[in-house]
Design a protein around this ligand. Structure first.
Ligand code: FAD
Ligand code: UDP
Length: 398
């Protein structure tokens, strides 16, 4: 096939069946085919449809929009996150304001306790964690010295083990991080990039919030409602229960945005890129409160890493309560890219291939193999949208 300008100035695809003189021509049904209705696909679809006036088809192989941020009311009427706890936080005013077009918010600062040595203590490690764990009465001014007495200084911080051991020493590393990480990733922290555990700070004060971002909030009516509003536009059609491979030949689109796993797009040509998976076990209990914090981490016990109790996140009032356990898995839906040098090498090859694939934009956590939070996905999607808009403008000028 080749592209041709039609009389109304639009590009159209001309299919050469090698049978002159009956050349078949078709208009594109959509300007953009977007694979994946998660944060990445939905944001870019919304921008293209509303700002560029282009027709967008979003397909997702799941039976719902929202990707991994999807939430829904369970059988007891409690709002739960199907794919584990999702808490929105960002330092970017632009991103917060952008999402505010589609939702109102409920202020929410996330807090997590870790079950260590038979006690529940704050994680990230802070002043109270140390005092409770060691039966001490240190002040904020004494904690840096306490950490320094335990730390094993390193010249170069390369791995996730280095990050913790160099800051707070081996004992706290073993109590809070080593086993949780082995469970979560199936790898020792010494085999993972420093970026993984660097997500968790160490504090010398009593701040027990999991995140310190300027904006921390939950969509007032849930993530799915926010996505519904984002996608509610005449230029956007959504097709669920559909793998894009089933339709992309029969529904011609001018360009594509792909937010699925990058290795699958290229039929695993350079081998499988590891993505870590989870099995979620949801339960509802006939009691108003299940645990004393929104999330409790279990570094050293059980096969699961953490338990989340959703009502803390959503603020919902209900006589019952719903929770979810996360059991890490190697196989299953891809949830996490696995940041380590071997995988970066494989991804580099796929990235080069992606860059050499015209008409397809690779966006999001799975397609760019980045351990991104939701706000980072929004930022990346908006950046790619801006590239698309600039290209459109350049084409219009020509
Ligand atoms: P996804 O949400 O994975 O969407 C990709 C979509 O593409 C999927 O719906 C998939 O079905 C679809 N797809 C793939 N292949 C195909 C195909 N061939 N055809 C059709 N459709 C296809 N971030 C935070 O900011 N805060 C948190 O608290 C937080 N907690 C998390 C907890 C867990 C357990 C997990 C796994 C992630 C968490 N995240 C959190 C990260 C967050 O989920 C991601 O940043 C974000 O949802 C990724 O969006 P995405 O659109 O890039 O990918
Ligand atoms: N981590 C840990 N112990 C904890 C919490 C986190 O070892 O109590 C490590 C673990 O490797 C985890 C990483 O820090 O995968 C990032 O934690 P985060 O809570 O950000 O993970 P996510 O919510 O993305 O699953």
């Amino acid at each position: 096939t080749r592209l041709e300008k039609s009389s109304n100035g639009k590009l159209r695809e001309v299919i050469d069946l090698n049978q002159p003189p009956s050349t078949i021509t078709r208009e594109f049904a959509f300007d953009y085919l977007i694979v994946g209705a998660g944060f990445s696909g939905s944001v870019i679809g919304e921008r293209i449809a509303t700002q560029l006036g282009k027709k967008v088809l979003i397909v997702d192989k799941r039976n719902h929009i929202g990707g991994n941020a999807y939430d829904h009311y369970d059988r007891s009427g409690i709002l739960v996150h199907k794919y584990g706890p999702h808490i929105f936080h960002t330092n970017s005013r632009e991103i917060f304001e952008y999402l505010s077009k589609f939702t109102e918010w409920r202020s929410y600062e996330h807090r997590v306790l870790a079950s260590v040595d038979g006690q529940l203590v704050p994680i990230p490690i802070n002043l109270d964690t140390i005092n409770k764990l060691y039966g001490l009465n240190l002040t904020s001014f004494q904690v840096p010295e306490f950490f320094a007495s335990l730390a094993e200084p390193k010249d170069y911080i390369r791995t996730s083990e280095d990050v913790v051991v160099s800051k707070v020493g081996r004992e706290l590393y073993e109590k809070f991080f080593r086993n949780y990480t082995r469970k979560q990733w199936g790898l020792d922290p010494s085999e993972l990039d420093k970026s993984v555990i660097s997500r968790i700070p160490t504090r010398t004060n009593r701040d027990d919030r999991y995140f310190t971002d300027t904006y921390q909030a939950m969509p007032l009516h849930g993530f799915t409602r926010m996505f519904e509003r984002m996608l509610d536009h005449p230029n956007i059609k959504v097709m669920l229960n559909t793998d894009y491979r089933e339709i992309h030949k029969s529904i011609p689109c001018r360009e594509m945005v792909y937010t699925g796993p990058v290795d699958e797009f290229f039929d695993l040509r350079f081998g499988k890129l590891p993505y870590r998976s989870l099995l979620f076990k949801h339960e509802t209990h006939n009691q108003a409160v299940f645990q004393s914090a929104p999330v409790v981490n279990y570094p050293n016990e059980h096969l699961y890493t953490r338990i989340t109790e959703f009502k803390y996140l959503t603020g919902q009032e209900h006589a019952k309560t719903s929770i979810v356990y996360e059991f890490p898995r190697a196989e299953g839906d891809p949830y996490y890219p696995v940041p380590r040098p071997e995988n970066a090498e494989i991804y580099k090859k796929y990235k080069a291939l992606a860059e050499a694939t015209p008409g397809v934009y690779f966006v999001g956590r799975l397609a760019t193999y980045k351990y991104y939070n939701m706000d980072q996905c929004v930022a990346q999607a908006i950046a790619v949208y801006k590239q698309i808009a600039a290209k459109q403008q350049a084409e219009t000028v020509v």
